[in-house]
Design a protein around this ligand. Structure first.
Ligand code: SAM
Length: 224
């Protein structure tokens, strides 16, 4: 194989990988920006009301296009790391962060929740919406989160659509485009059910937590 072939192969691989990933990321952002948009400020307010952590450093784990990171930054004095395993999601996140004029407060970071690239005891608040359904090893992710949380720090991890009204409206809009949407959401919620989450927390040796299951969704608050 000559240099030209090598260059050609590597270009094809990059192009193929990027195109798939960017299409998925753009498709998610299209839905999040147009349909899910009203839920993020509502969830941000719930996070601030329930955790009372409104300053210091926060991590949005599996931030995607960073709508929740931005809503939290706008509602608080927090400095946020918008953290995701997908470079393409982070590229889109950076567009939104720039458009919002928040480049100094919301910083994109590439990484995996199973190996969080932050020091022990360095993060005051970890939030995460709609990402834990994709994590391979929940107990390892919880251990990592507990490690980086500062003493007195809290998490708000899970999934939800803000409140009963928003959930109803979003499910109705999504059903027009994807009749399987509601089934997909409830399947994911059934997989990460309270019993499973409790078992994973036990494996991670985390005892100080609350589970919230109401119109706001299903959320895990860990306290360190
Ligand atoms: N939190 C955003 C929201 O609610 O709009 C995005 C949710 S999106 C459904 C899930 C995100 O989790 C994706 O951006 C994906 O790349 C990210 N993700 C999945 N597994 C991850 C992991 N192991 N570490 C970090 N991010 C992950």
């Amino acid at each position: 194989m000559n240099t030209h072939d090598n260059a050609q192969n590597s270009e094809n691989e990059t192009t193929r990988y990027d195109r798939m990933d960017i299409e998925q990321a753009r498709a998610f952002d299209e839905t999040a920006s147009k349909i899910f948009a009203p839920i993020y400020p509502v969830i941000a307010r719930q996070i601030l009301d329930r955790t009372k952590v409104s300053r210091g450093v926060a991590l949005d784990a599996g931030c995607g296009p960073a709508h929740l990171s931005l809503a939290l930054a706008q509602e608080s004095e927090l400095k946020l790391f918008a953290f995701d395993a997908s470079p393409m999601m982070l590229a889109i996140a950076y567009e939104h962060i720039t458009d919002a004029g928040l480049v100094k407060r919301v910083v994109p970071v590439l990484g995996d929740v199973h190996d969080i690239p932050f020091e022990d005891n360095s993060i005051d608040l970890i939030v995460s919406r709609g990402s834990w359904f994709f994590w391979d090893n929940l107990d390892l992710a919880f251990k990592e989160m507990y490690r980086v949380l500062s003493p007195g720090g809290m998490t708000f991890i899970g999934g939800g659509f803000g409140n009963a009204q928003l959930k109803k409206e979003i499910h109705a809009t999504m059903a027009e485009m994807d009749p399987e949407f509601s089934k997909g959401v409830s399947n994911r919620m059934m997989t990460n059910n309270p019993d499973r989450i409790k078992k994973e927390l036990e494996k991670a040796e985390i005892q100080t937590y609350d589970l919230i299951q109401d119109d706001s969704g299903f959320w895990l608050i860990i306290r360190k």
